[in-house]
Design a protein around this ligand. Structure first.
Ligand code: HSE
Length: 311
């Protein structure tokens, strides 16, 4: 007897400063919920979308959850009718992995509904199919990877390397502040140059290497110094009013480092401990308020679990 399955998939911070398209981590909330239940025979349908759902289409081929779930069903040759109910806790266009969370929750819910034919890691390419439609076709796993697997995840584009879950200092907390703005990922990617010069590339890969070393060696100073993005941030900062001031406010309040979360407009700061993260988030919000921007804050340790079945 088929029964309803519900999966929660958390928000994520992609890029983590210097790791454009290859590094991300999960936080505990917000997140998206997807329920998979028996539906009309031979069909995959999205019966409803709730929550932060404005403008999200119900059509399977235009919806990140729908595309991801269909890619999985086609791969499995599965014909059972499945109906999806989506509850969006993560605003779209926020820079906190909204499309990735829906895609991950959908593939995991469908996989559980079918009796778990695939492992968690095997679900990644199908979730990426869904994520790609929100990203102008680009398949980068820096949101989907940590959302699905949990933790701090390195997702190199080298096809021979599977996502790598990195260890990190347990005291690390993220302060994520989301101003009331929308930035489409496609737009934030379109403003980036197609090429970068050698000097910029050397700086960036030095920072990524140092960040990974800092995480593995529990070196908070090295982590902080490595959180510099010379590839995307110089172009994207202009999309977020007051970004330089918010960043300074975070660092002045004790953050180890600060940058744009994913494609923005959310800004994240990495902090040592929950109390510092709280104080940093408040300072960032006050700074946004000087630009007449209201904001939400999320404070979280790194979420080691990723998506979870909740029913
Ligand atoms: N790495 C991606 C970007 C994350 O920065 O465009 C957003 O999808």
């Amino acid at each position: 007897m088929d029964t309803d399955v519900e999966v929660f998939a958390p928000a994520t911070v992609a890029n983590v400063g210097c790791g454009f398209d290859v590094l991300g981590f999960a936080i505990h909330r917000p997140g998206d919920l997807v329920v998979a239940r028996p539906g009309p025979e031979n069909q995959l349908t999205i019966e409803s979308i709730h929550g932060e759902s404005e403008g999200i289409p119900l059509e399977i081929e235009k919806n990140t959850a729908g595309v991801a779930a269909k890619a999985l069903l086609d791969h499995l040759g599965e014909r059972r009718g499945i109906s999806l109910e989506i509850t969006k806790g993560i605003p779209i266009g926020s820079g906190t992995g909204s499309s990735a969370a829906s895609a991950v929750a959908a593939v995991m819910a469908v996989n559980e509904f079918l009796g778990r034919p695939l492992s968690r890691l095997e679900l990644l390419p199908f979730a990426l199919e869904g994520e790609a439609i929100a990203s102008g076709g680009a398949k980068h796993a820096d949101n989907v990877g940590p959302c699905l697997l949990g933790g701090m995840v390195l997702c190199p584009t080298n096809a021979n390397i599977e996502p790598v879950q990195l260890s990190y200092p347990e005291t690390l907390h993220a302060a994520v502040v989301l101003p009331k703005l929308h930035i489409l990922t496609t737009k934030a990617r379109a403003i980036l140059p197609a090429q970068i010069d050698m000097k910029t590339a050397i700086t960036q890969w030095g920072n990524v290497g140092s960040l990974v070393a800092g995480l593995l060696q529990n070196d908070l100073t090295l982590i902080g110094h490595s959180l510099q993005d010379v590839v995307a941030e110089p172009y994207r900062a202009q999309l977020i009013p007051g970004f330089p001031d918010v960043r300074l406010a975070a660092l002045d309040a004790g953050a180890l480092g600060c940058g744009i979360s994913g494609a923005g407009p959310a800004i994240f700061a990495i902090c040592n401990g929950n109390q510092t993260a709280f104080e940093v988030a408040i300072s960032m919000q006050k700074s946004f308020a000087k630009n007449d921007l209201e904001s939400y804050r999320y404070i979280s340790p790194i979420n080691p679990l990723g998506a979870q079945r909740t029913r």
